[in-house]
Design a protein around this ligand. Sequence first.
Ligand code: SAM
Ligand code: SF4
Ligand code: SF4
Length: 387
Amino acid sequence: MRETDAQARGPIIPIQPLTTPSAASSQGALTLPAAVAFGGEKKAVTDTRGRALEDLRISVTDRCNFRCTYCMPRATFGRHHRFLPHEALLSFEEITRVAAASLRLGVRKLRLTGGEPLLRKDIERLIEQLAGLRTLDGQPPELTLTTNGVLLTRKAQSLKDAGLQRITVSLDALDPATFTRMSDSEVPVSDVLDGIEAAQRVGLAPIKVNMVVQKGVNDGEIVPMARHFRGTGVELRFIEFMDVGETNRWDLSQVLPSDDVRARLHAQWPLAPVAADRVADTAQRWAYEDGAGRVGFISSVTQAFCGDCTRLRLSTDGRLYTCLFATQGHDIRSLLRTQDVTDAELTGRLAALWGLRSDRYSELRSQADAPRSEGSGPRVEMSYIGG
Ligand code: SAM
Ligand code: SF4
Ligand code: SF4
C-alpha cells in the first residue's frame, strides 16, 4: 500500500474520544463531543478507520446565482425558499478560528465553497485571514475555491492578491442550450469561459473545471468539453451525478459511469493513467498520450473512495459534517458564540469529533442493506455544506 503524505510527515496519534456525540439542539444539530484531553498540542488525528484529517471544506454562503437542476432545483429553491439570515452565518473571524483549529490537527488544504462563494461579501478578507494560518509543519495551507465562474472575470485579480492559490470552476456544457437548461440561469456560457481565462491570466493555476455528467442530459458534451480544454493547461474533471441531498430527483439510470466517459475520450484521444499526487485525491487522473494535458474522473457512485476520505465540512451556519451524505451536523457556532471557548478546547472538540468518525456512505450505497444515509432524517443539501 502507498504511504500517505500524512504518514510520511511523521507519526499520527490516534485520538481516543471520551464521549460519544449526543443529539442536541432544537434545530436538530448535534452537540460536539466533549474535548479529548489535548492540552493545546498540535498533532495529527485519525478516525476510527485510520483516516487522517487533511482537508477542510468551508461553505461561506447557502445562496447561489444559478439553480443547477442537480443541486438547487428551482422547485425547492425558488422565490419562497428561505435562505439563512445574515446573523446565522459564521463571521470570517469565527471561520478562521475553526480553520486554525483544524490545521493544528493535520489539515493542510482549505477549500472555500457554497452555494456560490463569490457571492459572499468581502470574501477576499477571509482569504487573507486564512492565508496567514500555518499547517503542522509550518507551511501556509493550500488555499483554493470552487465557483460557478460567473463573477470570476470581476474578481480573479482580487482573489489572487488576497492569497488564493488555485481555483476550480464548475461548467457542465459548452452548448448554450444545454448550459442554460442545466444551470437554469440567464447567464451566457461565455461569461464562465471568460472567467476561466481571467483566472488563468492572473495565475490562479492549475485551474480545474468540474463537469457533472448526467446521462441523457449533457453526456453529448463530454467530447466537445474535452476538445475545448485540451492543450490549455486546464484539467477537466468528470463527476458522476451523485445522490446528495433530497431534492435533485437522483436516479441511478442518469449516472454515466466514469469508465464509460473515459472510453468515449480514449476512442478519440488515447489516455494513460497517472499516479495520484495524494492518496486522498478524489479524482483519478489520466493523461492524453499526445501530451495535450490531463483529465480527471470523480467516481463516487461507481468506485467509492471512502477509504481515503480525509475531508471535514463546515457549513455556512457553523455545523461540522464528517460526510457529504450526513443527515446532521455538529454545532460549533454556539460553542464559538455562547461560551468562552479557548483555542485548545476548540481543537480538542474537533479532535474528539474526528476520532469518532466512521462514515463510509458511498461504500455502503451499493450494498443491499445499505442505510439510506449516514444517520436518520433527510440528508443535507450540497448547496448548504458545499461540494
Ligand atoms: N457554486 C459552486 C460551484 O458550482 O462550483 C460551489 C458549490 S457546488 C455545490 C460544488 C460542486 O458540487 C460543483 O462542482 C457542482 O457541480 C457539484 N455538485 C453539486 N451537486 C452535485 C451532484 N448532485 N452530483 C455531483 N456533483 C454535484
Ligand atoms: Fe449553485 Fe454550484 Fe449548486 Fe450550481 S452547483 S446551483 S452553481 S451551488
Ligand atoms: Fe467521504 Fe462520505 Fe463521500 Fe465516503 S461518502 S467519500 S466518507 S464524504
